[in-house]
Design a protein around this ligand. Structure first.
Ligand code: GTP
Ligand code: MG
Length: 178
Protein backbone atom coordinates (compact mmCIF):
# COMPACT_ATOMS: atom_id res chain seq x y z
CA UNK A 1 0.00 0.00 0.00
CA UNK A 2 1.16 3.58 -0.49
CA UNK A 3 2.70 5.14 2.59
CA UNK A 4 0.65 7.23 4.93
CA UNK A 5 3.04 9.79 6.31
CA UNK A 6 0.45 11.50 8.51
CA UNK A 7 0.12 8.62 10.91
CA UNK A 8 2.91 7.86 13.36
CA UNK A 9 4.47 4.47 12.62
CA UNK A 10 3.15 1.45 14.50
CA UNK A 11 6.47 -0.30 13.95
CA UNK A 12 10.04 0.75 13.33
CA UNK A 13 12.16 -1.98 11.82
CA UNK A 14 15.86 -1.86 11.21
CA UNK A 15 16.96 -3.99 8.25
CA UNK A 16 20.52 -4.66 7.08
CA UNK A 17 21.52 -5.82 3.59
CA UNK A 18 24.67 -7.93 3.32
CA UNK A 19 26.44 -10.07 0.74
CA UNK A 20 29.49 -10.03 -1.54
CA UNK A 21 30.47 -6.96 -3.54
CA UNK A 22 28.52 -6.28 -6.75
CA UNK A 23 25.65 -8.70 -5.96
CA UNK A 24 23.29 -5.70 -6.17
CA UNK A 25 22.59 -4.60 -2.59
CA UNK A 26 22.57 -0.89 -3.40
CA UNK A 27 20.51 -1.49 -6.55
CA UNK A 28 17.98 -3.50 -4.52
CA UNK A 29 17.62 -0.66 -2.03
CA UNK A 30 17.36 2.02 -4.77
CA UNK A 31 14.65 0.04 -6.48
CA UNK A 32 12.82 -0.37 -3.20
CA UNK A 33 13.02 3.25 -2.05
CA UNK A 34 13.10 5.33 -5.29
CA UNK A 35 12.03 2.84 -7.95
CA UNK A 36 15.16 3.56 -9.98
CA UNK A 37 17.97 1.42 -11.44
CA UNK A 38 21.38 2.27 -12.84
CA UNK A 39 23.58 -0.16 -14.82
CA UNK A 40 26.70 1.65 -13.55
CA UNK A 41 28.55 0.17 -10.61
CA UNK A 42 29.51 2.52 -7.84
CA UNK A 43 30.88 0.63 -4.84
CA UNK A 44 29.38 1.40 -1.46
CA UNK A 45 31.99 2.82 0.87
CA UNK A 46 31.34 1.69 4.42
CA UNK A 47 27.61 1.87 5.07
CA UNK A 48 24.68 3.81 3.69
CA UNK A 49 21.07 3.96 4.73
CA UNK A 50 17.60 4.84 3.50
CA UNK A 51 14.17 5.05 5.08
CA UNK A 52 10.87 3.97 3.62
CA UNK A 53 7.42 4.04 5.16
CA UNK A 54 5.01 1.31 4.08
CA UNK A 55 1.49 0.44 5.12
CA UNK A 56 0.28 -3.10 5.72
CA UNK A 57 -3.06 -4.58 4.65
CA UNK A 58 -4.22 -3.99 8.21
CA UNK A 59 -3.39 -0.28 7.90
CA UNK A 60 -0.42 -0.50 10.19
CA UNK A 61 2.31 1.96 9.33
CA UNK A 62 5.77 0.42 9.22
CA UNK A 63 8.86 2.57 9.09
CA UNK A 64 11.79 0.68 7.60
CA UNK A 65 15.30 1.87 8.24
CA UNK A 66 17.47 -0.03 5.77
CA UNK A 67 21.25 -0.20 6.08
CA UNK A 68 23.12 -0.91 2.86
CA UNK A 69 26.57 -2.30 3.63
CA UNK A 70 29.72 -2.46 1.50
CA UNK A 71 30.49 -5.95 0.22
CA UNK A 72 34.16 -5.23 -0.36
CA UNK A 73 36.40 -7.11 2.03
CA UNK A 74 38.21 -4.03 3.32
CA UNK A 75 35.00 -2.67 4.88
CA UNK A 76 33.91 -5.89 6.60
CA UNK A 77 35.13 -5.01 10.09
CA UNK A 78 33.07 -1.83 10.11
CA UNK A 79 29.85 -3.44 8.82
CA UNK A 80 29.73 -5.96 11.66
CA UNK A 81 28.66 -3.31 14.18
CA UNK A 82 25.52 -2.49 12.15
CA UNK A 83 23.85 -5.79 12.96
CA UNK A 84 23.20 -4.64 16.50
CA UNK A 85 19.56 -3.87 17.23
CA UNK A 86 18.53 -5.08 13.77
CA UNK A 87 15.22 -6.81 13.13
CA UNK A 88 15.94 -8.36 9.77
CA UNK A 89 18.70 -9.21 7.34
CA UNK A 90 18.59 -9.42 3.55
CA UNK A 91 21.36 -11.87 2.67
CA UNK A 92 22.08 -11.47 -1.03
CA UNK A 93 24.00 -13.36 -3.69
CA UNK A 94 24.21 -12.96 -7.45
CA UNK A 95 22.78 -15.87 -9.48
CA UNK A 96 25.39 -15.11 -12.18
CA UNK A 97 28.36 -15.32 -9.77
CA UNK A 98 28.86 -18.69 -8.16
CA UNK A 99 31.42 -17.47 -5.60
CA UNK A 100 28.80 -15.13 -4.11
CA UNK A 101 26.61 -18.20 -3.51
CA UNK A 102 29.47 -20.27 -2.07
CA UNK A 103 30.24 -17.48 0.41
CA UNK A 104 26.73 -17.57 1.91
CA UNK A 105 27.79 -19.87 4.76
CA UNK A 106 30.44 -17.37 5.80
CA UNK A 107 27.86 -14.61 5.74
CA UNK A 108 25.48 -16.68 7.87
CA UNK A 109 28.24 -17.23 10.41
CA UNK A 110 28.86 -13.49 10.53
CA UNK A 111 25.15 -12.71 10.84
CA UNK A 112 24.71 -15.24 13.62
CA UNK A 113 27.66 -13.95 15.59
CA UNK A 114 26.68 -10.26 15.40
CA UNK A 115 22.85 -10.14 15.35
CA UNK A 116 20.15 -10.84 17.90
CA UNK A 117 19.03 -14.47 18.06
CA UNK A 118 15.54 -13.63 16.80
CA UNK A 119 16.67 -11.72 13.70
CA UNK A 120 14.79 -12.80 10.57
CA UNK A 121 16.92 -13.51 7.51
CA UNK A 122 15.68 -13.68 3.93
CA UNK A 123 17.88 -15.02 1.16
CA UNK A 124 17.79 -13.09 -2.12
CA UNK A 125 19.28 -14.41 -5.37
CA UNK A 126 19.58 -11.22 -7.40
CA UNK A 127 20.05 -10.62 -11.18
CA UNK A 128 17.48 -13.29 -12.07
CA UNK A 129 16.88 -11.26 -15.25
CA UNK A 130 20.20 -12.61 -16.60
CA UNK A 131 19.30 -15.83 -18.39
CA UNK A 132 22.70 -16.19 -20.01
CA UNK A 133 25.63 -16.62 -17.68
CA UNK A 134 23.54 -17.93 -14.88
CA UNK A 135 25.75 -19.90 -12.46
CA UNK A 136 23.37 -20.81 -9.64
CA UNK A 137 20.17 -22.75 -10.27
CA UNK A 138 16.89 -22.16 -8.48
CA UNK A 139 16.87 -25.71 -7.09
CA UNK A 140 20.20 -25.49 -5.35
CA UNK A 141 19.42 -22.04 -3.98
CA UNK A 142 16.13 -23.38 -2.59
CA UNK A 143 17.98 -26.35 -1.11
CA UNK A 144 20.44 -24.06 0.66
CA UNK A 145 17.57 -21.88 1.91
CA UNK A 146 15.68 -24.91 3.18
CA UNK A 147 18.72 -26.35 4.97
CA UNK A 148 19.28 -23.04 6.71
CA UNK A 149 15.65 -22.28 7.45
CA UNK A 150 15.51 -19.16 5.27
CA UNK A 151 12.85 -17.85 2.92
CA UNK A 152 14.22 -17.56 -0.62
CA UNK A 153 13.40 -14.90 -3.21
CA UNK A 154 14.81 -14.88 -6.71
CA UNK A 155 14.91 -11.19 -7.55
CA UNK A 156 15.89 -8.57 -10.07
CA UNK A 157 16.62 -5.01 -9.06
CA UNK A 158 16.85 -4.26 -12.78
CA UNK A 159 13.38 -5.56 -13.69
CA UNK A 160 11.79 -4.94 -10.30
CA UNK A 161 11.05 -8.55 -9.46
CA UNK A 162 10.44 -9.72 -5.88
CA UNK A 163 12.00 -6.67 -4.22
CA UNK A 164 8.82 -5.69 -2.39
CA UNK A 165 7.95 -9.34 -1.66
CA UNK A 166 11.30 -9.93 0.05
CA UNK A 167 10.92 -6.80 2.17
CA UNK A 168 7.33 -7.67 3.01
CA UNK A 169 8.38 -11.12 4.16
CA UNK A 170 10.78 -9.50 6.63
CA UNK A 171 8.06 -7.13 7.88
CA UNK A 172 5.50 -9.91 8.26
CA UNK A 173 7.89 -12.12 10.18
CA UNK A 174 8.64 -9.24 12.54
CA UNK A 175 5.03 -8.15 13.03
CA UNK A 176 4.05 -11.72 13.87
CA UNK A 177 6.75 -11.80 16.53
CA UNK A 178 5.86 -8.49 18.22
P1 GTP B 1 29.00 -3.13 -3.15
O1 GTP B 1 28.46 -1.81 -2.75
O2 GTP B 1 30.39 -3.05 -3.66
O3 GTP B 1 28.92 -4.16 -2.06
O4 GTP B 1 28.06 -3.69 -4.40
P2 GTP B 1 26.49 -3.85 -4.39
O5 GTP B 1 26.14 -5.18 -3.86
O6 GTP B 1 25.85 -2.70 -3.74
O7 GTP B 1 26.13 -3.87 -5.96
P3 GTP B 1 25.43 -2.72 -6.83
O8 GTP B 1 24.03 -2.53 -6.43
O9 GTP B 1 26.32 -1.54 -6.81
O10 GTP B 1 25.39 -3.41 -8.27
C1 GTP B 1 26.58 -3.92 -8.90
C2 GTP B 1 26.35 -4.00 -10.40
O11 GTP B 1 25.33 -4.95 -10.70
C3 GTP B 1 25.87 -2.67 -11.01
O12 GTP B 1 26.50 -2.51 -12.27
C4 GTP B 1 24.37 -2.88 -11.16
O13 GTP B 1 23.83 -2.12 -12.23
C5 GTP B 1 24.27 -4.36 -11.45
N1 GTP B 1 22.99 -4.94 -11.00
C6 GTP B 1 22.41 -4.79 -9.80
N2 GTP B 1 21.24 -5.43 -9.72
C7 GTP B 1 21.05 -6.02 -10.92
C8 GTP B 1 20.01 -6.84 -11.47
O14 GTP B 1 18.99 -7.16 -10.84
N3 GTP B 1 20.20 -7.28 -12.75
C9 GTP B 1 21.30 -6.95 -13.47
N4 GTP B 1 21.38 -7.44 -14.71
N5 GTP B 1 22.29 -6.19 -13.00
C10 GTP B 1 22.17 -5.72 -11.74
MG1 MG C 1 26.57 -1.11 -2.71
Amino acid sequence: NPPNNDKPPTYLFKIIIVGDETVGKTSFLRRFTDDTFSPQYSATIGVDFAVKVVETAKNEVVKLQVWDTAGQERFRSMTSSYYRGGHGVVLMFDVTKRPSFLHLSNWLTQIQSFSNDDTTIVLVGNKADEDEGREVGTDEALKFAHENDLQYFEASAKDDVNIVNAMEALCTANIERV
